[in-house]
Design a protein around this ligand. Structure first.
Ligand code: SF4
Ligand code: SF4
Length: 67
């Protein structure tokens, strides 16, 4: 499982960057964060912390959203 951040939902608050234990999330110009998939452990903390519901976990055909 890897996290993916929906750029249309992310407001660039940076909360997920502070919470990511793998330091896998970077801030892009324009205040949008992005997961560096090679570093992501799939722990899901970013999905839990984001109040904009921007990150989702993806793996194969499985996609978990906040529900
Ligand atoms: S916590 Fe959510 S809104 Fe904030 S930077 Fe991360 S993905 Fe974007
Ligand atoms: S799933 Fe975990 S390791 Fe991957 S970007 Fe989110 S907080 Fe970081």
């Amino acid at each position: 499982m890897k996290a993916f951040i929906n750029p249309e939902k992310c407001i660039g608050c940076g909360a997920c960057i502070a919470e990511c234990p793998a330091q896998a999330i970077i801030m892009l110009p324009g205040w949008r964060s992005e997961v560096q998939a090679v570093k992501c452990s799939g722990c899901g903390h970013c999905v839990e912390i984001c109040h904009k519901k921007a990150p989702v976990l993806c793996g194969g055909e499985i996609m978990l959203d906040h529900g």
